[in-house]
Write a protein that binds this ligand. Structure first.
Ligand code: HEM
Length: 372
């Protein structure tokens, strides 16, 4: 097969590869954390709302409303924290990413409409929730739109690693409507993200309950049902992790198992997921009062687990692309320190604003007041 990647971009990278990689992994970790809380939180909120209306349980209905009320703001974080890694990925892997996304162009473009519709449906569900009406069917529709976005990202991120199928897909049609052929790594990779969402999303709901001024029954339900959802998701995550690794081609597994960085990252990931499991178990078993230390101890393991996964994922991409002739570390670099300085300055200001808005959101009391 001829060299499958488009020719090298004539413009050199304005900063070293490691610089872009650091920010790619950092912002992608944040993006994934918010994706997990959004998806996992929505799944649980839908379930509780459905059960609450089925069994006429005001506590379950109230808990679903509390969980739902925070999701629209979380979605803004998912989207805003998705943009930086998209830019860094394009800079580093543009030749593979652009080709992959163009080959499924209409589906990739459809992300914009799915995002807008999913967002609108979340707000609509929130409106019904404040009126005490059942909103779970609208929640399911919103979840479908949100999962569509995740599924297309998984598809494109997998397709960019398989240049051997690009020509075949283009030969079938140049319209981009042909879905990529079967790839054994695609489903486990997507399911790993979804299991992590149930795990970390459930944990987030349980932790959130400890901090809010809610009726005791609602608080206790959120803590226990959120924690149980989290436990289930984290067990599934461990299984999905094994499946995702085993589904990788032989050359990727051989390269990873021979790398001491991979062994360290894998051990870190397993320990952090187990520590998250213990955190969920603690929240389920006994009422917890919010303290900063408890918050940090519960949030740190998921953050470490997601960061380890992001770096492993990055290693898998580099090994796969390197094997197929695209070594990102060989990119031409011509560092422009003025641009680097401007970027770092604006990144610090942007991060400070994000943190400030997040702290305001955490203190805000809106729909929950109805449930006190
Ligand atoms: C509700 C909306 C979203 C969901 C559920 C979601 C979910 C996901 C998932 C599941 C992946 C992992 C793909 C894989 O490796 O299998 C992913 C990766 C990614 N997402 Fe999102 N995403 C959302 C919105 C966005 C938006 C709006 C952007 C950018 C504007 C974005 C940027 C990215 C990027 C850049 C990656 C991969 C980066 C890399 O591999 O280097 N996401 N997202």
């Amino acid at each position: 097969m001829s060299y499958p990647f488009p020719h090298i971009d004539p413009i050199p990278l304005p900063a070293p590869v490691g610089f872009f990689k650091f920010f790619l992994d950092l912002t992608l970790t944040l993006h994934f954390l918010f994706v997990h809380i959004l998806v996992g939180g929505l799944v649980l909120a839908i379930l509780w709302n459905w059960l609450g209306h089925l069994k006429k349980s005001p506590v379950q209905v109230a808990a679903s409303g509390v969980a739902l009320s925070r999701l629209p703001i979380l979605m803004t974080y998912v989207i805003n924290l998705g943009v930086p890694p998209l830019l860094f990925t394009q800079v580093l892997y543009g030749r593979a990413l652009y080709t992959g996304s163009l080959l499924v162009g209409p589906y990739w473009f459809g992300i914009i409409f799915a995002l807008m519709t999913g967002y609108f449906l979340l707000y609509h569900a929130g409106k019904l929730s404040t009126q005490g009406k059942a909103w779970w069917p609208w929640g399911i529709l919103s979840l479908i739109c949100i999962m569509y976005v995740g599924k297309i990202y998984s598809t494109v991120m997998t397709l960019m690693l398989t240049p051997e199928v690009w020509h075949g897909m283009y030969d079938v049609t140049a319209r981009g409507t042909n879905f990529p052929p079967y790839d054994p790594t695609r489903t486990p990779r997507f399911l790993l993200m979804m299991a992590a969402s149930l795990g970390f999303g459930g944990l987030a709901m349980a932790l959130y309950a400890t901090k809010q001024a809610l009726k005791d029954e609602v608080k206790s339900y959120l803590r226990q049902a959120g924690g149980l959802g989290g436990l289930t998701g984290l067990l599934l995550l461990l299984a999905a992790g094994v499946w995702a690794f085993q589904s990788q081609p032989d050359f990727v597994r051989a390269a990873l198992t021979g790398s001491s960085l991979f062994s360290t990252l894998l051990a870190t990931w397993v320990v952090a997921v187990l520590a998250s499991l213990i955190g969920a178990l603690t929240l389920v078993k006994q009422p917890q009062r919010w303290t900063l230390a408890r918050g940090v101890l519960t949030v740190a393991p998921p953050a470490v687990a997601v960061a380890a996964y992001v770096i492993i994922r990055d290693q898998v991409r580099d090994v796969t692309l390197g094997y197929k002739g695209f070594d990102v570390w060989q990119s031409t670099v011509n560092t422009n320190w003025l641009v680097v300085g401007l970027f770092l300055g604006s990144a610090v200001v942007g991060a400070a604003v994000l943190l400030w808005v997040l702290s305001v959101v955490c203190q805000a009391r809106t729909v929950e007041e109805n449930y006190e």
